[in-house]
Ligand binder design. Sequence first.
Ligand code: ATP
Ligand code: MG
Length: 198
Amino acid sequence: MNDKNSQHKKRMQAVKEKVDQRIENAQEERGIVIVITGNGKGKSTSGFGTIARAAGHGLNAAVVQYIKGTWACGERQLLENAGVSFDVMGTGFTWNTQDKAQDIAAAQKVWQRSKELLSDSRVDVLLLDEITYMVAYKYIDLEEVLSAIKNRPQSQHVIITGRGCHRAIIELADTVSEVQSIKHAFDNGIKAQKGIDW
Ligand code: ATP
Ligand code: MG
């Protein structure tokens, strides 16, 4: 038993040394780009979670939503009350509207707003929810997105969510997570539910 204990202690000491070294090595402080992509559930909720975390620390946070669902998401009211600014694309899901010209105009409008936020040094954290689809459909220009992100204020954090994130955005990002779907209630005929899905 004692032998096992001392072995465990040794192992933990080695782990601690490694972790301490990594903490010591991480000294740079600047705004980062986070991408949450993949087919599983949890991308937007993760983005909103980070916005709530930032707002909780009194940071100035903003959200731009590129695809508006049929129902307003629950996070909006809560976070707006906490001083988070929201800009929402004026159309429904693109596969519902089926009007390409209207969708492009709507996407461009919120993109202009996103660019303003990406050049505003008062914005500490910015969530660009579902922007990946706008780039995939070429409703907004990839190069413009990359350049606006690269030229943003040095301390500003940007969170990008949505499936199929473009490789160039992934390369530019500092932290990238892919949410993998193992299963989803919807596949078994369970309806999207208030407070869980929107
Ligand atoms: P959430 O907003 O719940 O974090 P998400 O942002 O990861 O989800 P989206 O692709 O933006 O996922 O889809 C939004 C809606 O679709 C949510 O209502 C979500 O529950 C649902 N959804 C997400 N992933 C799946 C899936 N794999 N199968 C079916 N429905 C899904
Ligand atoms: Mg989402």
